[in-house]
Write a protein of this length. Structure first.
Length: 55
């Protein structure tokens, strides 16, 4: 995970390995896009609250 602010807003890039290191089986990622979208919404709300408190 890396965060930076090369745009107008700070943002984070996440890279995840879905292959188990021993079994070499791929993780089931059912609904992963939806879960990441929920996480993004939550973290954006927290970030906005934090920025408002700092101002």
């Amino acid at each position: 995970m890396v965060g930076h602010n090369d745009k107008r807003h700070p943002h984070v890039h996440i890279v995840a390995n879905t292959v188990h290191p021993y079994t070499e089986r791929t993780a089931a990622l059912k609904f992963s896009k939806e879960r990441l979208s929920e996480w993004k919404k939550t973290t954006s709300e927290i970030s906005a609250l934090s920025a408002a408190r700092s101002a």
